[in-house]
Design a protein around this ligand. Structure first.
Ligand SMILES: O=P(O)(O)OC[C@H]1O[C@H](OP(=O)(O)OP(=O)(O)O)[C@H](O)[C@@H]1O
Ligand SMILES: O=c1cc[nH]c(=O)[nH]1
Ligand SMILES: [Mg+2]
Length: 212
C-alpha cells in the first residue's frame, strides 16, 4: 500500500480549524469539502486518461480525456458523505456508489448497514472517501468489498489517519494483488483507549451531522 501524506500549508491550516472543538457544523462541512478538493488533486494524479483529438482555433492537437469505464467514487456513510461534493467537483463524470458502515463503539468492529455498488467493478478505478482512518476496520472491510467485486485500482482518501490504522490496513490488504493507495491530510499521534484518533477532531459524523 502506498501512503501519501498531503503536505501543504493550506491543508494544515484548514485541518487546524476542523480539529478545533469550537468549529460549528456548517463551518466543519465547508472545511471538509474544501479539504477534499485539495486532497483530490493529489489522489487523482494517476487517474486513467486516453488521448483525444481536438482542434483549437489555430491548429489540430491531441489532448486527453478520462478513460472509460469512468472512475467510481464511494463515500462511506455517514461521515464520508461530507467529502463527496468536494470530490465530484473535481471528477464530475465519475459514478458514485455508497457503503453504509458504522463502528460498534464497544468492540470497535465495523458493521455494514447499506451497500449500493455496481455488481461488477472489473477494470474500475475506485476512490473511497472516509474522513477518519482510526483502527482501520472500516476501510479494510470497504476495500475488500471493492476488490471482491473486481476493482483493480483503489485510492482511499482520508482527512486524518492513525498510525495503528495504517499498519492494520496494510496488513489486511497484503496479498490482495490490487494496487492500493492512501492519500491523507495528516497522520496523527495515536489512538486512545476508545479508538479515537489523538489529537484528531472527535467523531467526524457527529461534527458534520450532529449526534445520533
Ligand atoms: O478505522 P475505524 O476504527 O473503523 O473507524 C473509522 C470509522 O469511524 C467513523 O465512522 P462511524 O462508525 O462513527 O460512523 P458515522 O460516519 O456514521 O459517524 C469514521 O467515519 C470511519 O468510518
Ligand atoms: O477519532 C475518530 C475515530 C473514529 N471515528 C471518528 O469519527 N473519529
Ligand atoms: Mg461517527
Amino acid at each position: 500500500m502506498r501512503v501519501h501524506v498531503a503536505n501543504h500549508p493550506l491543508i494544515a491550516h484548514k485541518l487546524t480549524y476542523l480539529r478545533d472543538k469550537r468549529t460549528d457544523s456548517p463551518t466543519f462541512r465547508r472545511l471538509a469539502e474544501e479539504l477534499v478538493t485539495l486532497l483530490a488533486y493529489e489522489a487523482t494524479r494517476e487517474v486513467r486518461v486516453e488521448p483525444f483529438e481536438i482542434e483549437t482555433p489555430v491548429a489540430p492537437t491531441t489532448g486527453i480525456k478520462l478513460s472509460s469505464p469512468k472512475p467510481l467514487v464511494v463515500p462511506i456513510l455517514r461521515a464520508g458523505l461530507g467529502m463527496l461534493e468536494g470530490m465530484v467537483r473535481l471528477l464530475p463524470s465519475a459514478e458514485v456508489g455508497f457503503l453504509g458502515m458504522m463502528r460498534d463503539e464497544e468492540t470497535l468492529q465495523a458493521i455494514t448497514y447499506a451497500n449500493r455498488l455496481p455488481d461488477d467493478l472489473s477494470g474500475r478505478q475506485c476512490y473511497v472517501l472516509d474522513p477518519m482512518l482510526a483502527t482501520g476496520g472500516t476501510l479494510a472491510m470497504s476495500l475488500k468489498y471493492l476488490v471482491e467485486r473486481g476493482a483493480d485500482d483503489i485510492t482511499a482518501v482520508t482527512l486524518l489517519s492513525a498510525p495503528e490504522g495504517i499498519k492494520a490496513l496494510e496488513a489486511e490488504m497484503d496479498g490482495m494483488h490490487v494496487p492500493i493507495t492512501l492519500v491523507t491530510g495528516a497522520i496523527d499521534d495515536h489512538l486512545n483507549e476508545k479508538g479515537y484518533i489523538v489529537p484528531g477532531l472527535g467523531d467526524a459524523g457527529d461534527r458534520l451531522y450532529g449526534v445520533v
